[in-house]
Design a protein around this ligand. Structure first.
Ligand SMILES: [Cu+2]
Length: 154
């Protein structure tokens, strides 16, 4: 009698876990972006779906030109912070590979890559406000004018 009561209690506990589980479930959403030798990304917009807990950004340089000539990266920040980051990216005292170091305005970034290379970065969606104004761009000198897009957070 005691054991059957226990098992009913255990069963309802397990059932409750199943009900709670979906909201605790970590989901990594994958975004894929390409850059090429024509100084262009293949997308003008990246969208982070609502139900992701983590975001994995896969960035591929599909060109052939070396990093020193046609290097690309992806830097994500609030749109209002981009002009300041671009300025600091050009300052060799502050930046390494055109990424300002220890810069809290940069929410995520890949490394700088050349043709045929790729880089992946994973970050938490919780750092972004749904509906916020975010952009991604390439911080290689002279590229951001062509290589900028909007990051939409659902
Ligand atoms: Cu670039």
């Amino acid at each position: 009698m005691l054991s059957s009561r226990l098992s009913v209690r255990t069963l309802s506990f397990v059932a409750a876990l199943f009900l709670v589980a979906p909201s605790l479930y970590a989901k990594t959403c994958e975004l894929v972006l390409q850059g090429n030798d024509q100084m262009k990304y293949d997308k003008k917009e990246l969208v982070i779906p609502k139900d992701c807990s983590d975001v994995k950004l896969v960035f591929k340089h599909v060109g052939k030109m070396p990093k020193a000539v046609m290097g690309h990266n992806v830097v994500i920040a609030k749109t209002t912070d981009i002009s300041g980051i671009r300025t600091d990216a050009m300052n060799p005292k502050k930046a390494k590979d055109y990424i300002p170091q220890n810069d809290k305005r940069i929410l995520a970034h890949t490394k700088l890559i050349g043709g045929g290379e790729s880089d992946t970065v994973t970050f938490k969606k919780s750092a972004y406000k749904p509906g916020g104004d975010y952009s991604f761009f390439c911080s290689f000198p002279g590229h951001a004018g062509m290589m900028t897009g909007k990051l939409v957070v659902k």
